[in-house]
Design a protein around this ligand. Sequence first.
Ligand code: NAI
Length: 302
Amino acid sequence: MTAENRTPPGREEGPLPETGTAVPAAADPVERLLAEVVEETQPAPVALHHDMRGRGAIVTGGSSGIGRAIALELARSGVHVAINYFDDGDRRTRARAEATAAELRQLEVNVLCRACDVRDPAAVNAFVDEARETFGGLDILVNNAGIARDRALWRMSDEQWQEVLDTNLTGAFHMIRAVAPIFRAQQHGKIVNVSSVHGIRSEFGLANYAASKAGLIGLTRSAAIELGPSNVNVNAVAPGYIRTTRLTDGVAPEVLDRARERSVLGRLGDPQDVAHVVIFLCSEQARHITGAVIPVDGGHLL
Ligand code: NAI
């Protein structure tokens, strides 16, 4: 018997009942299961990411590195983008953020660029409100802001521990809590959290960072469960070593060589590699994916 002419056991040949047709109580098990499906919908056939045009997004830490690549990719899809950065008092930090904002504006979308510390819940609420007012709505949140303070844990100070947890994990919580009422009221929204392979498998000196990124995966799953009934998708990406200045300026060359060897593709990633996956998760093409953690690591975790 070929796959084409195989009939499920106990299933009669013949037309299926039309949608809404009452299924007789004595129907076979397959038909009883089908009858439980109240309504089947089909994803709309849209060109890749064209559905995102005119949406409003927040990308935390969007002024540099991976966040900048995500913000630019969203803007290329016609999404209005709000980026924030941590004002460390260095003039160059602000200049870099303004430069990214200018690049985004060239893509003919509305852009908001603010200094906003994700550790500060009042500042986060004000930033979210301003983004929503500026764009006339808010549909996408990408929690990308993050820091590292690597140290053997017996030498790690309370401040180094707390700063990383507060930024990478509590900051994401503040943002999700601020957008949740908006997304719930409108019954749609996309949240993507930028975790790390180190949230799945750690290395020496990363106790604070690994804990924060593993926590972010737990937060992703909880938020997916709580916001799923409101048609909000919450996912995470887990990048491996990605070539940003944070990495090239701050990580020893031998560590990068080891990371390259560990990647089965034999290379480090680029910010764009992460951005493409994030954009997919923000699009309607990914509407049936939630609570997932997608490695973008060249096979680092294998
Ligand atoms: P980056 O240093 O270029 O970007 C970090 C951004 O976060 C900056 O724009 C900074 O202003 C912002 N930020 C830091 N503290 C903040 C705070 N308290 N409030 C608001 N914004 C704050 O670094 P990169 O490499 O682009 O990293 C982006 C994200 O990707 C981070 O969460 C990082 O942990 C994660 N990641 C990076 C990998 C890499 O190899 N570069 C690998 C895996 C994950």
